[in-house]
Design a binder for this molecule. Sequence first.
Ligand SMILES: Cc1cc2nc3c(=O)[nH]c(=O)nc-3n(C[C@H](O)[C@H](O)[C@H](O)COP(=O)(O)OP(=O)(O)OC[C@H]3O[C@@H](n4cnc5c(N)ncnc54)[C@H](O)[C@@H]3O)c2cc1C
Length: 398
Amino acid sequence: MNRPALRRIVVVGGGLAGHTAATTLRAEGYDGDLVLLTDEPCPPYDRPPLSKELLAGTVDDTALRISDDIEVRTGSSALRLLPDAVETTTGTEPYDGLVIATGSSPVRLADPSPRVHELRTASDALRLREALRTASSVAVVGAGWIGNEVATRAAALNLKVTVIDAASAPLARALPAALARHLIPWYADLDIDLRLDTPVDRVDERGVHLASGGHVDADLVVMGVGARPATAWLRGSGVPPALDGAIEADATLRAGRGRVFAAGDIVRWPSRLFGDRLRVEHWEHAAASGQAAARNLLGLAEPYDPVPYFWSEQLGHRIQYVGHHRPADTFVLRGNPAGAAPWAALWFEGPRLRAALSIDDPRTARDARHLIADQVPLSTDRATDPNVRLNQTANLKS
Ligand SMILES: Cc1cc2nc3c(=O)[nH]c(=O)nc-3n(C[C@H](O)[C@H](O)[C@H](O)COP(=O)(O)OP(=O)(O)OC[C@H]3O[C@@H](n4cnc5c(N)ncnc54)[C@H](O)[C@@H]3O)c2cc1C
């Protein structure tokens, strides 16, 4: 490897991507100055448990381990990117290598207040956990991944739970409605009142005001209507955000001239495996892209081309998603969504598996991941048979 001479690397963003980038730089032998900036009041921590174990009270702290040879600046917000320095609320940080990993900010329908909540940070989660202790009813706006996890917890506490979404099926941003409609009975199973096709006009201390003129009264409102890349601070820099706020990178996650790389929720990169530019908001990608950005900053020039993977605990079920599907891909069911047994959905482009969603079926998710990575052609007929293990459905004639 032809290692560039780097003396001061700055990582902007103290989430998993920034944390992994910084720890990888040290693990790879980088011994110059290394500063990690985060606008949060605490060092990096893990987010998936915030809506699961931390909300349930089985853990109080999700801090990630970080070594003393990484200078962590908490409460330091990046304001402007210059060609050789980052201007922040606490000063100017010169760099000759940079990793941008500022993640996502939740979309707000109202400012958080004692009765209106969002869930992105550890302090959001602790505040919501406390509020759930004394509430008797909760309205969740958005039947997305995080909204559903909050609804699951509130239902476990025997609260009256209403989930409201403008779409005609849950998880509308992630899954086709024809597939996601199979999840609708899960809400009734937990006594959750799911209101689909119900646009919200506004949210306030009195509850949720519907576009139809109706009103859902609740002790607490939780906004779960998605997140946007936190990249406004990069406007006017040499790394301008795209229209949707994402940072466009090349196959090595290089995001600008010189030694500027991006990782985590904010980055979009070209995937050779999927023939598409991808951006995903997943834990595993945050870690893997943080590692790749750090290694490439040190001169490795390795293409980043993983099979994306995501898991969630939704309404008493374990959902796993691997790969990447496009609207034009054919999707088929494996197993019976109306039955109690595990089932899955598979997306194909011709005989090639592009993505799989598995419900309580980790083995199919695991098999799918290998088959997608190795681009093994499958017999689509056999792949839909839940009695045949997915990795035994290769079509050897193709
Ligand atoms: C409640 C919750 C549950 C989740 N559950 C799952 C799950 O079950 N499975 C899964 O795969 N994924 C899950 N995710 C998604 C996963 O956690 C994210 O994809 C991952 O955290 C992204 O990491 P990141 O480092 O890119 O961004 P982030 O984690 O958002 O970190 C970015 C950091 O940068 C800081 N920052 C932002 N702007 C600035 C600035 N201008 N200056 C300085 N610092 C700044 C932010 O405050 C933050 O600390 C969940 C996310 C949440 C919020």
